[in-house]
Design a protein around this ligand. Structure first.
Ligand code: GCU
Length: 376
């Protein structure tokens, strides 16, 4: 009974939701806006660590932590699944303890509490620590964080630590970032099995330091208490300078979702940061396309700038045609994930009035997700 109530309250904020009760008020910062604000500040100038962290899932040494505003720290990594604590789990690595406890002193339950994992110590044993070490940043157990993934955001707490470097029995390493509890994975729609679950990339964790962001509660209430802080945290991050993207004077934006798709394509809204009401997701096939209707005030050579995302590991080249005539191929290189948008431009002749721009994928994976085309 308590579990059912907790689940209802813990429904993650959907970016596009038909349910008015879960849609933030118009004056509130949305998940997409807050993530854009965070990403705009994940810059070299704001990097906290001088040596890279390790993605727990892929073991790539390419994870950095950024101070995105005073006292707020963000990283993007994969998510490995932590099953530890007071809930039983078939995972052979399951341990009964978590580093931090609930307000009754009980080990956290990985199936009830959305928690994230940080390094247990400064791996290098030097000060200042060349890595992000929570003790240096006014953080302790049950410190609140937002976790963003695939169009969703949840609240979570700092619950467990990655094995210290004085334990040599496994490849665990306190430089790792990218692990969270079964419950966090479930709320974000990530496979949550401790042995086969997790995701390699695309999870952004935004940690809020200071005693006012320490969440109290028991294993039965911590999830609700964490979700109750989500909107306040989003609002504190603001909307970010990069959303919506600035349009240079004299240019016009045409949204891909006003167009039409070849068979198998869909207009989606399940990734963060799009403009308009969604984006085009052409079918995963060579020759699959999206047609975008545009208008030009006068005939002439214009620059088409496509806003797109490709969260895979390979570029998605596509030919660009105007009114049925091919005008060249753009490469559409990969972006950090499906929530990150980049641009690709090409010069083409347009006729006065209505024109149709077709983006056709040339490889078996099809074209990238296309948000819009800007004419300048
Ligand atoms: C994922 C992603 C889609 C994308 C697709 C693809 O399913 O969520 O937005 O279009 O991959 O590979 O094209």
């Amino acid at each position: 009974m308590a579990a059912a109530a907790a689940l209802a309250l813990a429904t993650p904020f959907a970016i596009k939701s038909a349910d008015a009760a879960t849609t933030p008020a118009a004056t509130s910062v949305t998940a997409a806006q807050a993530l854009a604000a965070v990403q705009a500040n994940m810059t070299t100038a704001n990097k906290v660590n001088s040596k890279p962290h390790i993605n727990t899932m892929t073991r790539a040494q390419n994870v950095n932590v950024y101070q995105v505003k005073p006292g707020v720290y963000a990283y993007t990594s994969g998510m490995a699944i932590d099953t530890d604590g007071s809930d039983s789990d078939p995972d052979p690595d399951h341990q009964g303890e978590t580093t931090w406890q609930d307000s009754n002193g009980k080990a956290l339950g990985a199936h009830h509490v959305p928690f994230y994992v940080l390094g247990d110590d400064c791996w290098d044993r030097t000060s200042p620590c060349p890595h992000f070490f929570y003790q240096d940043h006014n953080m302790t157990g049950r410190q609140f964080a937002l976790m963003f993934y695939n169009g969703k955001v949840i609240g979570s707490i700092f619950g467990d630590t990655q094995t210290a470097n004085n334990q040599t029995t496994s490849d665990n390493d306190s430089r790792e970032l990218g692990e969270a509890s079964v419950k966090a994975a479930q709320l974000l729609g990530i496979p949550s099995s401790g042995t086969t679950g997790g995701v390699d990339n695309g999870v952004t964790v935004v940690m809020f330091s200071g005693s006012s962001w320490v969440v109290s509660g028991t294993n039965a209430t911590l999830n609700d208490n964490a979700q109750a802080r989500v909107q306040q945290a989003l609002d504190s991050l603001g909307t970010g300078a990069s959303t919506p993207p600035t349009t240079p004077p004299g240019s016009t934006v045409f949204e891909a979702e006003t167009g039409t798709l070849s068979a198998g394509g869909t207009f989606d809204s399940n990734h963060l940061g799009f403009t308009g009401t969604g984006f085009a997701n052409p079918a995963n096939a060579a020759g699959a396309y999206v047609d975008i209707p545009v208008t030009a005030a006068a005939a002439g050579t214009k620059t088409l700038t496509f806003r797109y995302s490709d969260g895979t590991t390979v570029a998605r080249p596509a030919t660009i045609s105007v009114n049925g005539t091919s005008r060249g191929t753009l490469n559409f290189p990969i972006t950090a994930d499906w929530d990150t948008w980049s641009t690709a431009s090409i010069s083409v002749p347009l006729t006065a009035g209505a024109n149709t721009i077709r983006v056709t994928g040339t490889t078996a994976v099809g074209a990238a997700n296309i948000d819009s085309v800007t004419i300048s």
